[in-house]
Design a protein around this ligand. Structure first.
Ligand code: IPM
Ligand code: MN
Length: 354
């Protein structure tokens, strides 16, 4: 199969973890006889430094022309500590999501048996936990009108959702629930927010169309608690943009390390595959970051964007083997830590030899 992959490494540890993911995609390419071309493009703080724009038009054109985008991370501390900065790296990510129409962010939360001891939760609570968070990604408070009132001392961020936006994300939630264990948890704050009441109303209208699916409505504060108390109770969870941002960070740590979880952002144009962790600037350039989340994002790219299931499965098998053999970075094992590139090499070689 011929595919054109846009590679947006971004900032911080982005380039290091992307380098390892590319070793893996190249190993797959060779093994299965595919032909991939890779087109690199700039984004994030490094793009601001280069051209003054965190998601330049040239980068967008490369993404639009690609079959999939592999994305590293963006962000830089010099912007985090400067609330007055006019241009921010994160604006690049948000514009990319909006311009590519990536309305759904899919974050599978899966545990690895060999890492259960790393979870902050008791083994019996996490063993076998496996659920999928679907986060709405192009609406809500992230994209509503925002600003300051005249005196500069009053600020606002509007949260807006339309019926169309809610319907398409809930539909996706139901589709995944049908493919999985037929349980959908719709997370909102309908006791307080009008947007949440619209979500709940539309959810109630749609539920009878999916009689096989057990639909549950849950307030976000309760969901935050249940994720750590009974993670095994969830199958598919769907929620709005900001609740999803917060809940997926929470969900990610129950697996033992945030460095393990991939994500797929899908929608209207080219899909984007990226680790859920950020740019981790303290580790940048040190060859210590965990490349597994990005490598698993590449696995999702094969499965979701190219429909290449055996390729995705082989990557997952290689990752599971690396964890079992304790070929891991320092976030997983301080005593036996391997470098980012050693872990990537090991996984790529496993695929070559398979
Ligand atoms: C994420 C990140 C982004 C978000 C930031 C970097 C804008 O935290 O992808 O979860 O909040 O969506
Ligand atoms: Mn986040």
């Amino acid at each position: 199969m011929k595919k054109n992959i846009a590679v947006l490494a971004g900032d911080g540890i982005g380039p290091e973890v992307i380098r390892e993911a590319l070793k893996v995609t190249k190993a797959i390419e060779k093994k299965f006889g595919h032909e991939f071309s890779y087109t690199e493009a700039i984004t994030g703080a490094c793009a601001i430094d280069e051209v003054g724009d965190p998601y330049p038009e040239s980068t967008h054109a490369i993404c639009m022309n690609a079959d999939a985008v592999l994305f590293g991370a963006i962000g830089h501390p010099k912007f985090d500590n400067d609330p007055t900065a006019k241009v921010r790296p994160e604006q690049g990510l948000l514009r990319m999501r909006k311009q590519l129409g990536l309305y759904a962010n899919i974050r599978p939360v899966e545990t690895f048996d060999s890492l259960l001891h790393k979870s902050p939760l008791k083994k019996e609570l996490v063993e076998g936990a496996n659920f999928m968070c679907i986060r709405e990604l192009t609406g809500g408070i992230y994209f509503g009108e925002k600003g300051r009132k005249d005196d500069g001392n009053t600020a606002f961020d509007n949260c807006v959702y339309t019926r169309e936006e809610v319907e398409r994300i809930l539909k996706l939630g139901y589709e995944y629930a049908m493919k999985r264990n037929k349980k959908l948890t719709i997370v909102d704050k309908a006791n307080v927010l009008e947007t949440s009441r619209l979500w709940r109303q539309i959810g109630q209208e749609m539920a009878p169309k999916y009689p096989e699916v057990d639909t549950q409505f849950m307030f976000v504060d309760n969901a935050a608690m249940q994720i750590i108390q009974w993670p095994k109770n969830f199958d598919v969870m769907v929620t709005e943009n900001m609740f999803g941002d917060i809940l997926t960070d929470e969900a990610s740590v129950i697996t033992g390390s945030m460095g393990l979880l991939p994500s797929a952002s899908i929608g209207i144009h080219t899909s984007v595959f990226e680790p859920i962790h950020g740019s981790y600037p303290q580790a940048a350039g040190k060859n210590i970051a965990n490349p597994v989340a990005t490598i698993l994002s590449a696995a999702m790219m094969f499965e979701y964007a190219f429909g290449l299931m055996p390729e995705g499965a082989l990557i997952r098998k290689a990752v599971a083997a690396s964890l079992e053999e304790n070929v891991v970075t320092e976030d997983i094992s301080k005593e036996h830590a391997k470098s980012t590139s050693q872990v990537g090499d090991w996984i790529a070689q496993f695929i070559e030899k398979a």
